[in-house]
Write a new protein. Structure first.
Length: 202
């Protein structure tokens, strides 16, 4: 992206709130915001007129929705199950970006996991037992939904778990997974990366 220096103040990340956009528009001379993503790719523009039209359509106020969680002061290590593209292209780059510690990863395809481990300089577990031996960790299950239940049964009680969506392949699987999480007191969530998108939180 090649933005003229004079327009740098017009750049705004797409996850910023409307209230923040209004404040920025009030401060800049050229009353158009250039909306970009985390990779500095242009997503669109936003003007005072866009906001006014929204208000005329029924918005009575502009709430300042929270669009992110505060970062932990002492993050727990992360143990990843799975070495597919979502891990290599999304999870590990994100963990690295935010300096979150990764204790290691496991995948039935050890050679594939080893390549990924070498790329990100993280430990590769040879079997599930090695992976779950890391107590006081967050377990990131980036595996097919049909495999969730089997892995959850191995994870230590009272652990924190991230399940990739969907929760299960069908309603019965999802219900069984919920039962296991309750029985083992797992602090589990289903990864839904759009939860902070304005269209979802409005």
């Amino acid at each position: 992206m090649n933005i003229p220096f004079t327009l740098r103040k017009n750049l705004m990340l797409k996850h910023n709130s409307i209230l923040e956009a209004i404040k920025r528009l009030n401060d800049i001379k050229f009353k158009t915001l250039i909306i970009i993503d985390n990779h500095k790719k242009i997503c669109g523009t936003l003007t005072d007129g866009d906001i006014r039209r929204g208000l005329l359509k029924g918005y009575k106020k502009v709430p300042d929705y929270r669009q992110s969680w505060p970062m932990p002061k002492q993050p727990l290590p992360i143990v990843i199950f799975g070495a597919g593209s979502i891990v290599s292209d999304a999870h590990l780059p994100a963990y690295k970006l935010y300096n979150l510690p990764v204790a290691g990863l496991y995948d039935p395809d050890y050679e594939k996991a080893k390549i990924l481990g070498q790329k990100y300089d993280i430990k590769v577990f040879k079997n599930p037992a090695e992976a779950i031996a890391n107590k006081d960790s967050i377990f990131d299950l980036a595996i097919p939904p049909s495999a969730h239940q089997k892995v959850l049964e191995l994870i230590p009680n009272n652990s924190a778990v991230i399940l990739q969506k969907p929760m299960g392949s069908n309603l019965k699987e999802a219900s069984d997974i919920l039962t296991i999480c309750n029985q083992k007191s797992l602090n589990a969530c289903v990864n839904f990366q759009l939860r902070f998108a304005p269209m979802m939180i409005a």
